[in-house]
Design a binder for this molecule. Structure first.
Ligand code: CO8
Length: 258
């Protein structure tokens, strides 16, 4: 397994656990974190033995945002010419499922990274926010778009305009997170859910991701056609034959990912 400076990566059977590890900066996201996450997510996507990934932080902070100290002195030309932080699109291009397990602060870029996940499981101490306005800027890693789509315009606008934090209970009510669990059990609960997903037929899991994500991009009629074509396509796989035979024969499926 590759050696990283800012993240820890371990494999638990078919589940990869990635832990953000810059405790002195509350896991603030800098360019090194980004390049290491891209490497870890690419390795996960390319490894057929790995079928789900959990991204987590510490109990105090999932991530307190993009690294303000790294950005502070940069000008427009620096940001624009380096296309600063465009690399996050490589993380969102991950084809296999991944879960964000959020404890403590998920602010600014931290909230935005959590929202890049397929879904979020939150510890009961989680705090979500887009406080960039207090720094004279705005969300810049998809937060304005993904927050609006997750919780609706009114709440997203209020969060981004005031910079206030939303606690775990409110985030669950608003539909930002799939589930809230006691903070002390967060990683184990997320790993359990990941293991459930890892036990599913992997091609169907990728297809689910593609079709649910398409709901945010296509009008309903085209989205439904896209879903149907992917559904039809799965009938060309061994796992469809196995899954339906296993149901009829009342036994668990044995997936090949073919
Ligand atoms: N960047 C850099 N360092 C940070 C950050 C951050 N985002 N957050 C915390 N730290 C550092 C602090 O500077 C401090 O370091 P030091 O000990 O050296 O002074 C250490 O972490 C501990 O932080 P605090 O002492 O502040 O801890 P508290 O428990 O008192 O407060 C808070 C915790 C409330 C989370 C507080 O640290 C805070 O408000 N942090 C900043 C939150 C924030 O504004 N986040 C948004 C950042 S901007 C952003 O994310 C933009 C994303 C889009 C980029 C897209 C580019 C294209």
């Amino acid at each position: 397994m590759a050696d990283y400076n800012t993240i820890l990566v371990e494999q638990r059977d078919a589940v990869t656990l990635v832990t953000l590890n810059r405790p002195h900066a509350l896991n603030a996201l800098n360019s090194e974190v980004l390049s290491e996450l891209i490497a870890a997510f690419t390795a996960y996507d390319d490894d057929p033995s790995q079928r789900c990934l959990v991204l987590t932080g510490s109990e105090k902070a999932f991530a307190a945002g993009a690294d303000i100290k790294e950005m502070q002195a940069q000008g427009f030309a620096d940001m624009y010419s380096s296309n600063f932080f465009a690399g996050w699109e490589q993380v969102t291009a991950t084809r296999k499922p991944w879960i964000a397990a959020v404890s403590g602060y998920a602010l600014g870029g931290g909230c935005e990274v959590a929202m890049m996940a397929d879904f979020i499981i939150a510890g009961d101490n989680a705090k979500f926010g887009q406080p960039e306005i207090k720094l004279g800027v705005t969300p810049g890693m998809g937060g304005s778009q993904r927050l609006a789509s997750a919780i609706g315009k009114s709440k997203a606008m209020e969060m981004c305009l005031t910079g206030r934090m939303m606690d775990a209970a409110e985030a669950e009510r608003a539909g930002l997170v799939a589930r809230v669990v006691p903070a002390s059990d967060l990683v184990e609960e997320a790993l359990k859910t990941a293991a459930q997903i890892a036990a599913m037929p992997p091609l169907a899991a990728i297809a689910v991701k593609e079709m649910v994500n398409t709901a945010e991009e296509l009008p309903l009629e085209q989205g439904i056609r896209f879903e149907r074509r992917l559904f039809h396509g799965l009938f060309g796989t061994e796992d469809q034959k196995e899954g339906m035979a296993a149901f009829v024969e009342k036994r668990p499926g044995n997936w090949t990912g073919r």
